[in-house]
Write a new protein. Structure first.
Length: 349
């Protein structure tokens, strides 16, 4: 249970860190560069190639415009694999030494003929149905009314379920009041926020205990378990009681601080695990510098066990002139991406 909670909390932190920076800076630079490249490329005289390279293997697709014609040429290591030629009259598909023409009117005719065959087949099936097997108008109306009633009942049930879940979620969230579980210090241009682990664990216990005694939620969970499979509410109660103290002890061991300074320095520390426990303490640290005025960001996130070499190190830096991502695992394995940007266009990478 400890491992599960640890992983969930660390993943949440990493996702929030990555998404907060990547969306505003990274995508803006990439989109502007790609749009500028497309706008400035003369497609009548120059081809566009989409390329994927893996070690010594190179695959690409060459896109060529020729007046009203469009050519798509897949290649492997520079060798043409096929040739697709789209014209106003049809599509030429070439492979090896063979070229096939598919005219648009032929394609439409084939589709139309297929539709007629399906309609004819259905008509033949209907003719073979015995007259006594065909329902009367009254029976059809009764079935339609019954289905409408069922649909209304399903919609009402879904609305009721939504209210139950929303009410339970609001009650759960109300237990975590910031003034009770957070310490905030404002000191000469910097703000430091730290988690009160004991208060957080108590709030979590109160919130889950209340969930486990919610009769409306119990009926909903049991109905879903019967319809779709899964744990019943009673099984969830037993599991919570079994792991309650272990879970709360893990939450009490959390150390979490965030410090933001006026100069753009942001430091974050998170760890979970008990000092004297046989289970290692898992820690995640982030150190970032943000220059909003010049559109620059540099951050480094480290994940690993306390007082040991890190398991993962993620570095990210972006500015109007460059972009860099680097992920190091175990100290000797890494993946890295670098790009240089000039005049809002990728110059090399």
């Amino acid at each position: 249970m400890k491992k599960l909670i640890s992983c969930l909390l660390v993943v949440m932190m990493l996702v929030s860190v990555a998404s907060a920076f990547a969306e505003s800076s990274d995508l803006t630079i990439k989109n502007k560069a790609v749009l500028k490249f497309l706008n400035e490329t003369d497609r009548e005289t120059k081809d566009i190639a989409l390329q994927i390279q893996s070690k010594e293997e190179v695959d690409d697709v060459v896109i060529r415009f020729d007046n009203d014609n469009l050519h798509l040429v897949p290649r492997h290591n520079g060798v043409e694999q096929s040739h697709i030629h789209l014209t106003p009259a049809g599509i030429y598909v070439g492979s090896a030494d063979k070229v096939t023409l598919l005219r648009y009117d032929t394609i439409v005719t084939i589709v139309d003929d297929f539709a007629k065959e399906v309609v004819g087949l259905l008509e033949q099936i209907v003719k073979n149905i015995p007259a006594q097997a065909i329902p009367s108008d009254a029976e059809i109306n009764e079935t339609v009314n019954h289905l409408a009633t069922l649909a209304t009942e399903v919609a009402a049930q879904e609305a009721s379920d939504s209210i139950i879940v929303a009410s339970a979620a609001m009650s759960f969230a109300s237990k975590f009041k910031p003034e009770y579980i957070l310490d905030v210090k404002d000191d000469q241009g910097s703000v430091e926020i730290s988690l009160r682990s004991e208060a957080f664990a108590s709030a979590f216990a109160d919130a889950v205990d209340e969930l486990m005694t919610n009769p409306s939620l119990a009926k909903l969970v049991d109905r879903k378990a019967a319809e779709q499979g899964g744990k019943t509410f009673a099984e969830a109660q037993v599991e919570w009681l079994k792991y309650r103290e272990e879970t709360l002890n893990a939450l009490r061991s959390i150390e979490s601080t965030e410090k933001v300074e006026e100069n753009g320095h942001w430091v974050s520390h998170f760890q979970i695990g008990e000092e004297l426990s046989a289970v290692k303490i898992l820690a995640c640290d982030m150190d970032s510098w943000i220059d909003a005025e010049n559109g620059e960001l540099e951050t480094k996130t480290t994940l690993g066990f306390k007082n040991e070499e890190p398991l993962l190190v993620y570095e990210f830096a972006v500015s109007p002139y460059s972009y860099r991502e680097k992920l190091t695992a175990g100290g000797d394995s890494l993946a890295e991406v670098k790009l240089s940007v000039q005049d809002n266009q990728i110059s090399d990478g």
